[in-house]
Design a protein. Sequence first.
Length: 256
Amino acid sequence: MTALAKTERAVYNQSNTSFRSGLPMSADVKKEEKPFLLSTKLKMPRPRRDYIIRRTLFQKLNLCNEMSIVFIKGAAGMGKTTLLSSFVVETGLKNTAWLSLDESNNNLFSFWHYFFAAASSLLNENIDLGLQPSPMFELHEVKSNLVFLINRLCSSTDYYIVLDDFHCITNPALVDSFEFFLRAMPENLHLFLLSREEPPVYLGALAVSGKLLYFSGEDMKLSRNESIEFLRKTMKLKSNDAQLEKISNFAKHSFR
């Protein structure tokens, strides 16, 4: 088996397995390739300096321990990552793991190895995905390992995992495996999905059961007061409120 994470939470090393981006349910894998799991993808980004506290959205996010999924949608630059990272910092949210996704994770092998590494950091132990890459990397093999992970995460402790840039996940086999995980995951696990697009997975059942908290692009827009505070505190503009409001309105109309 291949160890996904060392006991020290900040270091994640995969020396005996390899993958390629864009893999569907099977793929040819070069055995001589020995990539690493990037530790930077498993660390929460620092909120930008002098960020504003979005109190209205924070109040909604305070319900995260009652939700299975918190889905935050917004275009690039709308502050999804800053919103959530500042929420974690300001509230001191414990037992939180972060995974920053990109196109290279849009396959079964890569995504779940990183996900298992994130879970390892919460449990303070090594968890093996238990699979080696092969010319036929099958979906059923992943699901059998997900059952183990689900059982291991089930406890009286609330765990939080953030999947940033979730819109990168489109691979049908991966989406299928993620939906399998969602249907069976324990109530003490809470996922934050940050995306530019609508979710590729079905979340209707969670919405009906009151376990989905959804933030739309409209929700992510700054209010008048937040816009002025952002321009003054974060952008360091020295203009008065009337001038800052004009700048804010111009920006809103320019980037529609």
